[in-house]
Write a protein that binds this ligand. Structure first.
Ligand code: CUA
Length: 361
């Protein structure tokens, strides 16, 4: 080393100072990292496990970041080039086997330990369902989620996920087209929906309320709109909901009872069905008779002028078949055919047909 005074090896006192800086900055960083509310309130029994894992990651990664940043900043301050040194070459350096072994071994140990922790946690979550656990089949497709459960031997298909509080549930997640990701932030549940395989995830909702179901994997033009809701209710309210879904005309998929009230086409168009989560047509389409003005989808007053009732029905059930000029494909949820009961679909078609073509009944 040529310039002992300014450029010489770091002395013991400087090392102590550096270590103190790293320790103090790490303590502040960790305290901040743990104090910040990163996630919404916990809504499931696994949420605390995930949050603990997050805290461990914060505690491990902050000192690494602080340590690296301190060494970089110190090196810049101490060894940066000064005026007149442009032509100078630094002293020749040789490798240090001992150093290389150390800086390879330490990160390896840290990563291996975190991977082991994550694996054990994941297996714990995936294997937790007890016998007789409720199963919900989740199907993602561009750009909507469909939820199917079996209750009292009957299949309930919905766009809004409804579950009882305090009862374990296993999700079996599938995709019909590309990769989606089933995410409910309050539950800390996040699992990919991958074409061709079924991914699983189990938890017990522990908080009543309505939470967002979000697609967390970029899946196409409508990705940002692939958001629905899950409502967690008390077990008694859930039983009442199930009874309503599995009886009479309200049952999606058509149990076909005659007792229930005839669905109101205009009501469905304007407000959708909050029980099954079928979105209101009027939230995306303009229809003057219904008083809706959104321009997300084609204006039905003009777009459906040439279509008869059968044509309108086809547009609702298979929206991807014919795309109006200027509108993206796959924007309209493709599962109305499943989530509307035959009675609802018929009422909707009659209402739209009547509204578009004037007085014709
Ligand atoms: Cu589906 Cu993003």
């Amino acid at each position: 080393m040529g310039e002992e005074t300014r450029r010489g090896p770091v002395t013991g006192r400087t090392w102590v100072m550096l270590v103190v800086v790293v320790l103090v900055a790490s303590a502040i960083g960790i305290a901040l990292g743990l104090a910040i509310d990163w996630f919404p309130a916990q809504g499931s029994t696994i949420a605390s496990k995930i949050d603990t894992f997050w805290d461990v990651l914060v505690i491990v990664s902050v000192p690494i970041f602080v340590g690296v940043a301190t060494i970089v900043l110190f090196s810049i301050w101490r060894w940066h080039m000064r005026p007149g040194e442009e032509e100078l070459d630094g002293p020749p350096t040789h490798g240090s086997t001992r150093l290389e072994v150390i800086w390879t071994a330490i990160p390896t140990i840290i990563i291996a330990a975190l991977c082991a922790y994550a694996t054990v946690l994941l297996l714990d979550i995936q294997d937790s369902p007890a016998r007789g656990t409720r199963v919900v089949n989740v199907v993602g497709q561009q750009f909507a989620w469909t939820f199917a459960t079996n209750e009292n031997g009957k299949r309930i298909l919905t766009n809004r996920l409804v579950l009882p509080k305090g009862e374990a549930v296993q999700f079996k997640v599938q995709s019909k087209d590309v990769i989606h990701d089933f995410w409910v932030p309050e539950w800390r549940l996040k699992v990919d929906a991958v074409p061709g395989i079924t991914t699983k995830y189990s938890l017990t909702p522990s908080k009543t309320g309505t939470f967002q179901v979000v697609c967390a994997e970029l899946c196409g033009l409508g990705h940002a709109f692939m958001r629905q809701f899950v409502t967690v209710v008390e077990p008694a309210a859930y039983a009442a909901w199930v009874a309503k879904q599995t009886s009479g005309a309200a049952a999606a998929g058509g149990a076909g009872g005659a007792s229930a009230a005839k669905p109101d086409g205009k009501q469905l168009f304007v407000a959708g069905n909050t029980q099954t989560g079928a979105t209101a047509c009027g939230s995306c389409h303009t229809l003057s008779a219904a008083g809706t003005t959104s321009q997300t989808g084609p204006n039905l007053d003009t777009a459906l002028k040439q279509d008869d009732a059968a044509g309108i029905r086809e547009m609702i059930v298979s929206p991807g078949k014919e795309i109006a000029k200027g509108y993206g494909a796959n924007i309209m949820p493709p599962n109305y055919g499943q989530t509307l009961s035959p009675q609802e679909l018929a009422a909707l078609v009659t209402y739209i047909d009547k509204s578009v073509h004037g007085g014709k009944q």
